[in-house]
Design a protein around this ligand. Structure first.
Ligand code: DAH
Length: 341
């Protein structure tokens, strides 16, 4: 009987089926109820007791060898598609590579640009490495004026007049010096400030600036534009509030709050019980700025506003750690697929 077991094993080692049907025939021959290995088991019953242990073990080993061998032959042939016919075209293809997702800051930037596009604004651009005149001087920050300290600036070594722009307001003066009113532009871009990186501050972030210059532009135009923008971004029930503020390039200047979009203005932990959250700075363009750019302030007036895209994104999506925006952790980025792809 041992000889029989050995010869079945040798046969199995030598088989070379050409297709899956032949593998199935082998399975029937060796492993089915009426197959060779079952018949060995039948023979096993009449084996004398002293050989039972040894033979039982050998038969079991043969059975598992046969099972493994036939399974692996089947897999190899299935992988090759060599089941006699062509490959099985109904099998699912390998899964498509995962699609990338839009970055949350891009989503919000596009949304803001879309709002201003509907109001007739066009997109303007300017350099991130700027000169002092566009970032400060033209915007009514005289040299050594304390307002320059409102924004901690990165300067370029050995070129004190060249710096990384601290705000997109620099694009305002780029446009005002190169275009004639009416001007209606929106400028998205990256800005830099010398801040230690933490959940609440970063050495770079993103802003969108809007500028409107024409004859007879008034504070009422600014207010209505802001209200429209806030409601498009945060929903039609959003209220706005303008608080007096100071920026060198606007007079009067204001900061805008929206009714807290979490509690609807009732007061919650997020708005520190006030019902309001600040989202941007704005004001009527200071006549000195118009003059510096060659626009006659007796003929033209205008308004400007600037907001941080991270800030708006935090409010819309509750991202409360600024570092997440630049770490490119796909677990974070993937969260923006479902609702926005
Ligand atoms: N540039 C300001 C900042 O970065 C934001 C700002 C305030 C822009 C008022 C404006 C404005 O256009 O009118 O803090």
């Amino acid at each position: 009987m041992i000889e029989k077991i050995k010869s079945i094993r040798a046969e199995l080692e030598a088989v070379a089926p050409a297709n899956l049907d032949e593998v199935e025939a082998l399975r029937i021959k060796y492993l089915s109820k009426k197959g060779l290995i079952s018949s060995l088991m039948n023979d096993f019953r009449s084996v004398p007791a002293e050989h039972k242990r040894e033979l039982g073990q050998a038969i079991n080993e043969l059975k598992s060898f046969a099972t493994d061998r036939i399974n692996s032959l089947r897999e190899t042939l299935a992988d090759k598609g060599a089941d006699g016919d062509a490959a099985d075209l109904s099998r699912p293809a390998s899964p498509a590579p995962a699609l990338g997702t839009r970055h949350p800051l891009s989503l919000v930037r596009e949304e803001i640009l879309g709002i201003f596009h509907r109001l007739g604004y066009t997109i303007a651009d300017g350099p991130e490495i700027e000169d002092d005149w566009h970032v400060f001087e033209s915007l009514n920050f005289p040299p050594d004026h304390p307002a320059r300290d409102m924004q901690d600036t990165f300067f370029i070594a050995r070129r004190p007049d060249v710096l990384l722009r601290t705000h997109t307001s620099s694009v305002q003066t780029r446009v005002m010096t190169s275009q004639k009113p009416p001007i209606r532009i929106v400028c998205p871009g990256r800005v830099y400030r010398n801040e230690a990186i933490s959940a609440r501050a970063h050495c770079f972030f993103h802003q969108v600036e809007a500028l409107y210059i024409d004859k007879n532009v008034t504070y009422a135009d600014l207010r209505q534009t802001l209200l429209y923008m806030a409601r498009e971004l945060f929903g039609e029930h959003t209220q706005i509030r303008l608080r007096p503020s100071y920026f060198p390039f606007t007079e009067p200047s204001a900061e805008m709050d929206i009714s807290c979009n979490i509690c609807g203005g009732k007061g919650c932990a997020f708005c520190k019980g006030t019902g309001w959250v600040e989202i941007l700075g704005c004001g009527m363009v200071d006549p000195n700025v118009l003059e510096a750019c060659g626009i006659d302030p007796k003929v033209y007036s205008g308004f400007a506003l600037g907001m941080g895209i991270e800030r708006i994104t935090n409010l819309k999506y509750r991202v409360n750690d600024l570092r997440l925006f630049s770490e490119n952790d796909v677990r974070f980025l993937d969260e923006f697929t479902a609702t926005h792809s």
